[in-house]
Design a protein around this ligand. Structure first.
Ligand code: ARG
Length: 300
């Protein structure tokens, strides 16, 4: 996004089809006000200094890697005093041109939602009301096979998903997150296509692992080291998997399924407990909707 970043997006005909039906358009927020000034997850230590120049370089590199892979990057202006606003994945849940804003569980992040909501309005989107209970956006509700794989128990609450199911008719597989290191579901689960996903077993309990085994035909199971390096926090753009780290083993697993890993070092953002995926919000997600009972018979 800076003039120094060479941008060579692939022409549409060069972009190999496959992978997910979404991930070709994302919303990001520059690290202008990024910092670690408080601790709301186990990775954050306000005594650790952020290298701001490095954070900018890493963010620019992520943008150009995504663009080269064929993903269009849109931005929301960063706001002072909101050091975690770079993590746009938490802003809301996208379905078509409707966004359901997050209800942030931590007061430090609550004001972000207003800023992102205004940006969506500017883009002509419909901005719904947030769920009544905490729910931290797509970071805790990842689109998979027409529905959502969602996390609760750390930042989002299970009842938020009841609300969203009722309102929208979405299929939500809500999974408890027992491990404080994997406090958002996008640190433990990453869809690669309709039947394949990277999965971090320790991010879920036995019930959650069984639920995932039901819906993911071909799981790529991460080792504890890969999980802790946030390998699952990846952005999938066609066949390209843009990830903060990739072991040779995982690289082979991805390649043998036709995917191509592209590593982007986002270690400065790792100090806040985030990786590549957290820094993006997919704007081209379409979810399946059963008849939503709350809207039946209501004409607006
Ligand atoms: N410091 C941020 C927080 O704790 C990091 C958010 C990471 N986002 C994500 N989707 N996993 O809220």
């Amino acid at each position: 996004m800076t003039p120094t970043t060479p941008k060579v997006p692939k022409a549409p005909e060069e972009v190999t089809e496959g992978g997910l039906a979404w991930g070709r358009r994302v919303l990001m927020c520059s690290p202008e006000h990024f910092d670690v000034t408080y601790s709301i997850n186990v990775w954050m230590d306000p005594d650790v200094r952020v290298d701001f120049d490095r954070a900018w370089r890493q963010w620019d590199d992520l943008v150009s890697t995504l663009e080269t892979a064929g993903t269009e990057v849109r931005t929301v202006p960063a706001a002072p005093g909101l050091p975690d606003m770079v993590f746009t994945a938490n802003a809301g849940i996208v379905d078509g041109t409707t966004v359901t804003p997050a209800r942030m569980s931590r007061p430090e992040r609550a004001p972000e939602v207003e800023h992102v909501g205004s940006r969506f309005e500017e883009l002509g989107w419909t901005v719904e009301r947030p769920p009544a209970a905490p729910q931290e956006g797509a970071g805790d509700a990842v689109a998979f096979a027409g529905g959502l794989v969602a996390g609760y128990g750390r930042r989002s609450s299970a009842s938020a998903y009841d609300d969203l199911r009722t309102r929208n008719g979405w299929t939500v597989t809500a999974l408890e997150l027992p491990d404080p290191r994997y406090y958002h579901v996008d640190l433990g689960f990453c869809p690669l296509d309709e039947r394949t996903a990277m999965v971090v077993p320790e991010a879920f309990n036995a019930t959650g692992r069984a639920a995932l085994a039901e819906i993911v035909e071909d799981p790529v199971v991460l080792t504890p080291d890969e999980a802790a390096a946030f390998c699952a926090n990846a952005v999938v753009s066609g066949q390209t998997v843009v990830m903060p780290h990739c072991s040779p083993r995982l690289g082979r697993e991805l390649e043998r399924r036709g995917f191509e890993p592209a590593v982007c070092d986002v270690s400065e953002f790792g100090k806040a407990g985030g990786g590549c995926r957290c820094l993006t919000l997919a704007l081209d997600v379409e979810l399946d909707r059963a008849a939503a009972p709350s809207t039946v018979g209501v004409e607006g």
